[in-house]
Design a binder for this molecule. Sequence first.
Ligand SMILES: O=C(O)CCC(=O)C(=O)O
Ligand SMILES: [Fe+2]
Length: 317
Amino acid sequence: MSEKVVRQRKSDKHDTAGKTKSNGKKKSVKIKENAEEDSSSVLPLYLSSAAVALFSILYYVFVYQEDAGYTVFVSAKDKVDKVVYTVKCSSDYDTEKFEGCKPKKCGRTVMDNLITESDARHLKELAEKGMSYGGSSGGASILDLHSGALSSGTQFINIYKFLQSQNEALLTEEDLRIYSKVKDKIHAAIASEFGVKQNQLYLTSPTFFSRMNTTPPTTKHDEYWHPHIDKITYESFHYTSLLYLSTYGSDFTGGRFVFVDKDTNRTVEPRLGRISFFTSGSENLHFVERLVDGVRYAITISFTCDPSKAIQNPAIR
Ligand SMILES: O=C(O)CCC(=O)C(=O)O
Ligand SMILES: [Fe+2]
């Protein structure tokens, strides 16, 4: 084998470690040129270039992809005023009516100064109190203040009916005031960010507190870590918002929110008082990582353009 070919093969290996498809293409052209100069080396050259190609593919799949697999979109360590990421809308909304409300521009927004930490703390205490009357036997519990649904063992109970039978109440005037204020701020922020009139956008069901921990699942409701599209999971949703009531890295580990994009997974690390909202179609496929440690509280606050799917604020009962 000529010295020139050996040199070329060495540089091919180096090139292919550069991980891009275009490097791969460039490489095969170079080899063809060399092969014409020394036909006795054609077979070993093809074999070795096949090995290099295979190595490159394996490297890409197992090393490069894992490295590039996760991109922190918003870290828990930074308190951000507003971070926006725009994505192309899916065709999910094309056949719907609700012009002027259904998403025309799609994406994600994270804000840390919209809701005060003190209001977030208050809501977390309310969630803890409510969930103390039930709780899933698996790792995910919900409490819906609108319908009264509360996870209990492997099922749901109505917390209002339960507390009535005990002559107790869950919500104080102060709880309702804070809940309603927080919801109104999020409603206004979503309308403004996506250019929708607030009076065309309605709170919808389910809007609920969630509590996640490391307990193994006992029903499919406990399996919060599956990638999903909110518009499919919860039909009425057009815009999803999440208010985080605990912080990644200090209250729990694992449990990051993950947008599944073609190029990478973009993570939102929960932080007390952080609001994250996004259009609910398939442009925003997402999941929550399984918790590794600790307990994670959040509220999912959901909005629809369909007035027939609107829900009312909770009231004292
Ligand atoms: O709690 C979260 O971060 C997301 C939960 C979620 O994806 C959902 O409620 O649909
Ligand atoms: Fe979701």
